[in-house]
Design a binder for this molecule. Structure first.
Ligand SMILES: [Zn+2]
Length: 212
């Protein structure tokens, strides 16, 4: 999903931009048949051995051997990362670049992880009574307001999740260790929400004082 979306954007940018237009901003290009030729911007030379093809969206220098496409050109020329080049070219081509985090959030894999974390939240909340003495002793009275929950020392949550989600997605939720063993046990659990009110993580506080 993430890859598809990116490939579409990359194709869209390549379609909208002529590589020669980008390179012409740096060096003078002279048309030669279906290609352009110029003095290589990547090595010192007097005669041009730098060839640019808009059809193939590629460049090649017979002097220093460098070659690539519009993205690698901008990366090399400006000394920037692929993502920075993508942003720059998207801007140049007037292509709207989606927020990577947004793509991630909306992809099915991430949706499942949100659902898993939300199921965990409900499960933890349903067990809060077990930790009530602890909360009362520490004057924690607003358990509902902060969606506080409790995770007992068993593997019921995993059993609940595996009915509806793949092992892979459950692993990615970060709630379990490699052998499906719960990462949190006997802990007061407090959820951490993102700005769209989705649970993105949990903090856990040990209630028997064994560990932090
Ligand atoms: Zn060169």
């Amino acid at each position: 999903m993430i890859n598809n979306e990116f490939n579409n954007i990359i194709t869209e940018i390549k379609n909208r931009i002529l590589l020669s237009d980008i390179i012409k901003r740096d060096i003078k290009l002279i048309r030669k048949g279906r290609e352009y030729i110029g003095v290589c911007p990547f090595h010192v030379e007097k005669t041009g051995s730098f060839f640019v093809s808009d059809e193939k969206c590629s460049f090649h220098c017979f002097g220093c051997g460098i070659s690539g496409n519009v993205f690698t050109y901008v990366m090399r020329k400006d000394g920037i990362t692929f993502y920075q080049a993508l942003k720059k070219l998207a801007n140049f081509a007037n292509v709207k670049l989606p927020d990577i985090e947004d793509i991630k959030r909306n992809s099915s894999e991430y949706n499942n992880i949100y659902k898993i974390l939300n199921t965990a939240l409900k499960y933890y909340i349903s067990n809060i009574d077990i930790a009530m003495d602890y909360c009362n002793n520490r004057n924690i009275t607003n358990t509902k307001e902060f969606y506080l929950g409790f995770v007992p020392n068993n593997n019921d949550l995993y059993k609940l999740l595996i009915k509806n989600y793949s092992k892979d997605d459950i692993n990615k939720s970060g709630l379990f260790l490699s052998n499906n063993y719960p990462r949190f046990r006997n802990r007061l659990m407090f959820p951490i929400f993102d700005n769209k009110n989705r649970v993105i993580a949990f903090g856990g506080r040990s209630i028997n004082g064994e560990d932090p």
